[in-house]
Design a protein around this ligand. Structure first.
Ligand code: C2E
Ligand code: MG
Ligand code: MG
Ligand code: MG
Length: 249
């Protein structure tokens, strides 16, 4: 099986789809945002997980096409949900290679305008484990996006460098703790606790992902997380399902 060649043109053939996982405000329990997550429906193999195909896409220069599609889908759905009265933010995962495509900033601007979205209602998630996030070109682009008013989330925090200095070097608005940190019993390592404190001192929002049960929810809340995402609240769901949940039907 050559997944890389199968993945070529998958967007055009309609094989890639976006699903959305709610994030709730820890204080109110209200859904305030959704994260867009890519799914690949392979014609022969069925559903293939992003943990499998995203690395392949990154390796074979296919990530920009998939990422652009996900950005467009996230913005399209945000407009749709907001048109029926919801107030919902959308977060989209962005790989550095996608960020560095020449038209990325334009694409963001075009999407915001076309979908009548405020920059603040769109967040891009950049995974913390990638050293490339330190590269001057990436930093410059993130600065420009931050200037636009876009949300910038440092995803999977705690799995990579987990360095506070690094966190503050990025124009981040959000720290997203990796699920491994809230799923393991006991308090996380001191540097993570410190990172949360520094994040709050610098006005960043802290999100816990991978909350599967009540115990993890309480742990995340006690750590000071502002938002939570996980199977306890909802699995990633279709555009229509999210629409129904937001409409309360
Ligand atoms: P991520 O951005 O950290 O997304 C969170 C992952 O955790 C998702 O996996 C989500 O389904 C899963 N998750 C959420 N709640 C729970 C829970 O309570 N328990 C457990 N065990 N898992 C939970 P998913 O959808 O398989 O995506 C995996 C990763 O693939 C993402 O991790 C992200 O790094 C990458 N990815 C997904 N879509 C895209 C995309 O459009 N672009 C890029 N560049 N990467 C993507
Ligand atoms: Mg993410
Ligand atoms: Mg993550
Ligand atoms: Mg992850």
């Amino acid at each position: 099986m050559n997944l890389a060649s199968d993945l070529t043109g998958a967007v055009t053939r309609g094989e890639i789809a976006a699903v959305f996982q709610p994030q709730i405000d820890m204080r109110t329990g209200v859904i305030v945002a959704v994260e867009a997550l890519a799914r690949w429906n392979h014609p022969q193999l069925g559903s293939i997980a992003p943990t499998t195909f995203i690395p392949i896409a990154e390796e074979h220069q296919l990530i920009a096409e998939i990422g652009d599609f996900m950005l467009d889908e996230g913005c399209r759905c945000a407009e749709l949900w907001n048109a029926s009265g919801a107030r919902i933010e959308v977060a989209v995962n962005v790989s550095p290679a996608q960020l560095l495509t020449t038209d990325f900033l334009d694409r963001i601007r075009t999407n915001l305008t076309r979908r009548h979205l405020s920059a603040g209602s769109l967040t891009i998630e950049i995974t913390e484990s990638l050293p490339v996030a330190d590269e001057p070109e990436v930093l410059r682009l993130l600065d420009e996006l931050g200037d636009l008013g876009l949300g910038i989330s440092v995803d999977d925090f705690g799995t990579g460098y987990a360095s506070v200095e690094r966190l503050l070097a990025l124009p981040a608005t959000e720290l997203k703790l990796d699920q491994s940190l809230v799923q393991v019993a006991g308090s996380p390592p001191p540097y993570v606790v410190a990172a949360i404190r520094v994040a709050h001192e610098n006005g960043l929002r802290v999100v816990a992902e991978g909350i599967e049960n009540e115990e993890q929810f309480v742990r995340a809340r006690d750590l000071g997380c502002d938002r939570a995402q996980g199977y306890l609240f909802s699995r990633p769901a279709s555009e229509e399902e999210i629409g129904r949940v937001l409409a309360g039907v």
